[in-house]
Write a protein that binds this ligand. Sequence first.
Ligand SMILES: [Zn+2]
Length: 455
Amino acid sequence: MSDYNEKEMKMMYPPYLDNREYLDALIDSRIRYVVNYAYNNIPFYKELFDKNKINPETIRTKEDLEKLPIITSKELIKNSPPLSKEFSFESEKGKGGFRFYTSGTKGQPKIFYHSRDDMKFMNEISSRAFHMAGINKKDVVLNCFPIGINVSGMATCFIFNEMGIKQIPAGVAPFPPKEQLIKTHKPTVLLSSGSYVDRLARQLMNNGTDPKEVGFEKVIIGGEASSLEKKKRIAKEFSAKVFDLYGSTEGMIMAMGCTKGNLHLMEDANHFMLYDNEKKEFIKEPGKKGQAIMTTLIPIGYEKGSVLINYKIGDSFEFEDKECSCGLKLRTITPPHRSDDAIVISGAKLDMNDIERLIYNEKMINKLTGEYEILVDFDEKTRTPILNIKLESLGKIDKFIGEDIKSNLINSNFPLANEISNGRIIMNVDSVEPGNLDVLKIKGKPKRIRYIKPI
Ligand SMILES: [Zn+2]
């Protein structure tokens, strides 16, 4: 049973959640509010709407959003310093709050502003999310999300505080050692990225401690897409229930796994549509995978910091067509995957564009064909992901090419450099003889990133 009183429960589970019709009407009203708010307060949207001759008053429902242009992180980066003079995605209205950074690559992280009202709303939505996973006031949380300029650690610290839950804000720093923290505080919940939990299990075992014995009842993993195999292993090794948290800097906690193992969207905080990139149309029916297109929502009257409307967040998933036996009416989705053109491990992102930028460079034009593949492997013993990047040579193999590309990739990507220097990712870049790439032997659309083992 819940140890939250009636008032607290109502804050987390407002009555509109019990009725699909009410919920749909609420989403439409928040869309109307946010579109008008964006037009009147966010310079980027004022310009976008005027340029496309869109009257914000004509956007009244979820379906109307389909008439608006889709934007990407490129627009977000281009319209914030240092590339722009102004923060054009920000409202002047939202007071206080935080500007959070994504890890970013090429020295250009996304910057996203969450106002005081945004943080207040996040607390309401996220308290529900964690409560759905069965977390309550008796729990003690070991919070191993990075605490600092990224949103995940800071926001969750606020949320557990609001929920009246004791937490150890451990972050990802090596000191004090996690094992010591676990033994001292006996946390019942572990919050972390999948890779971090996986490494923690190995570390404990190496020190002669059985992860099963440390007392975690629930492990909540977020920050990157974790394979089903990895989740099963974590559950088994810690003898704990594993929950998925789907979050982002832009949308905070966007979906959470419930006690029945289904991933529910927080539909009152972000509206999602799915887009078929090839057919260039929105996907209506459940069970079809598409690119997630997000619109941030907020209660009427709240002053939002940054707003995103029809934003391609870079993940794909399917809507499921089922009613969850946990009783929540919030829609469920399949576990999101990063787009097919990027790999994300421990907060480090390797985008295919980063590789293509280097191999299509003039310097390489006489040395490489431009064909490449990334084989992702996993060293079970050390629990380290291995990225094997293979580039097709034009003629004789020049072994310096691989080294050159590798150092360029590392130098332009701080999170990746950090993971590699700490031994948490192994990356090999090699050029191979012409015709020696597997990707060229497979028929159909080339799949350049292939997983030999799940990471
Ligand atoms: Zn459920």
